[in-house]
Design a protein around this ligand. Structure first.
Ligand SMILES: [Zn+2]
Length: 176
């Protein structure tokens, strides 16, 4: 597993897909002020912006086993709470409320989407990469789902692991 970011920019070619074993590993906590962690966060943000319909990227998806992810659901039609672009490390879910099942996809699982049960609302405590500021993010609906999806990546879990029945898996539509 990589422990540093080289090169400091990322493209779609850096995205690890199933069955890459890095996606199944539990990631390590990091120093949110370390230069290579800050560089990774910036590169992941850029990758997210450059990837159509992408609302989050977690470090293991680019081959790095660190507890770092980025998320931005701004303007998404299913989003209610919107905290803008976040680059967070060492997240912890401190509260979960309700449950919802909705369709999810993932850059690392290019061919499938799935109907995934998640808490409807969550409170996540984390530290902001680059500032070290402690953040407590209270999210619901689509943003809560995206946060849970990214935090799962840091524990080596994919949305596929949470789909309850074979009927809950779907071939992804191709637009190109
Ligand atoms: Zn994913």
């Amino acid at each position: 597993m990589r422990t540093s970011v080289d090169p400091p920019s990322l493209t779609g070619e850096d995205v690890r897909c199933l069955p890459d074993p890095v996606l199944g590993q539990r990631c390590a906590e990091v120093d949110p002020l370390a230069a290579d962690v800050v560089a990774l966060g910036a590169a992941m943000l850029a990758l997210m912006s450059a990837s159509p319909a992408c609302v989050g990227v977690a470090a293991p998806q680019v081959g790095v086993g660190w507890r770092v992810f980025v998320i931005d659901v701004t303007g998404h039609r299913k989003a209610r709470t919107q905290h803008g672009a976040l680059v967070l490390a060492n997240p912890r879910v401190v509260e979960r409320t309700g449950e919802d099942v909705a369709r999810e996809g993932c850059l690392s699982v290019p061919d499938l989407t799935g109907d995934v049960p998640r808490a409807r609302g969550i409170v996540v405590a984390a530290v902001e990469v680059g500032t070290g500021r402690r953040r407590v993010v209270e999210a619901d609906a689509f943003e809560a789902r995206a946060l849970q999806h990214e935090i799962d990546h840091l524990d080596g879990l994919l949305f596929l692991d949470r789909v309850r029945t074979p009927a809950g898996l779907h071939q992804r539509k191709r637009y190109a």
